[in-house]
Design a protein around this ligand. Structure first.
Ligand SMILES: Nc1ncnc2c1ncn2[C@@H]1O[C@H](COP(=O)(O)OP(=O)(O)OP(=O)(O)O)[C@@H](O)[C@H]1O
Ligand SMILES: [Mg+2]
Length: 274
């Protein structure tokens, strides 16, 4: 197994560290049979890959052996974003090399210079990712990884854009939905949840990401690198409890949304008086 160096692991702010700690605790309480965990979202850009990497790093700090598998063979950004490079400068191989039968698991899994962290990158983009994920090679990979690591975190393409994540979900012990605040109407999130469950996957919980710190009252400047955003997690139990009501807890009222109605009413009263 080769080693890659991670040139840009990103900064970890206090808020991010705390959010990851909470996420880690909630995962632990999901049971010791939950070790292969998939991350997806309804729409692109909600923070799946960032959450996967940050959680993995946080788990390794607790002494866990973690493997990240990037299954987004449509648009993989991990090698570039992390500025990953092999020690001898050779090409980084990935999942698409393995699933197409060109390379072995060992040749496509990399140890990183972050202690206990291993990554299988997506490899070059392929025209038929769904077909490749349906092959027996993928279930063999997950079975193998389950035996070798404490946790396997599986990053996916957005489930609203491709069926790939639904296929991957079947092989995982649970799925975490990453939802960027205000990014998607709740209908799409519910559709994503239903699609995972229909394919035999289990929802562990939801990470509410890119939360505007100003709105939740922590002050604009809290959160360092993540600026006004931070990641937070609603645990599986809470999610289970809420399932019968709605997918998410009550949203904070937007003070700006109330105003126009008041103004409208005031105008109406004024009109009636005249
Ligand atoms: N909590 C956060 N606060 C601020 N920026 C964030 C946060 N999470 C992610 N981002 C930024 O949002 C962008 C998208 O994040 P990321 O690539 O993790 O999303 P993704 O869901 O994996 O996207 P894709 O659907 O394209 O795979 C990146 O530029 C990332 O740095
Ligand atoms: Mg991604």
């Amino acid at each position: 197994m080769k080693t890659v160096t991670i040139g840009n692991p990103g900064n970890v702010s206090y808020a991010l560290r705390e959010a990851m700690r909470t996420l880690k605790t909630n995962i632990k309480f999901s049971g010791d049979d939950v070790k292969v965990i998939m991350f997806t979202s309804a729409a692109p850009n909600e923070g799946k890959s960032s959450t996967t990497f940050n959680l993995a790093r946080s788990l390794t700090e607790s002494g866990k052996n973690v493997l990240i598998i990037d299954t987004d063979m449509r648009k993989s950004v991990m090698v570039a974003r992390l500025q990953a490079a092999t020690e001898d400068g050779t090409e980084i191989l990935g999942l698409s090399h393995y699933l197409s039968g060109q390379q072995t698991i060992d040749d496509t899994t990399y140890r990183t210079d972050i202690e206990n962290l291993y990554i299988m990158f997506a490899g070059p983009s392929v025209p038929n990712p769904t077909e490749l994920l349906e092959k027996k090679y993928f279930s063999k990979l997950i079975k193998n990884a389950r035996d070798c690591f404490d946790y396997v975190l599986v990053d996916t393409a957005p489930i609203g854009a491709a069926i790939d994540a639904a296929i991957v979900a079947r092989h995982c012990d649970g799925t975490i939905l990453v939802v960027a605040q205000d990014a998607e109407p709740s209908k799409s999130i519910l559709a994503a949840k239903n699609q995972i469950e229909a394919s035999g996957g289990k929802i562990l919980g939801v990470v509410l990401n890119k939360v505007n710190m100003g709105k939740v009252g922590y002050g604009k400047y809290y959160g360092g690198y993540y600026g006004k955003y931070y990641g937070s997690y609603y645990g599986a139990e809470k999610e289970e409890h809420k399932k019968h009501f709605r997918l998410f807890g009550r949203r904070k009222k937007d003070p700006n949304a109330v105003k126009p109605r008041k103004e409208k009413k005031a105008k109406k009263v004024k009109a009636e008086k005249q």
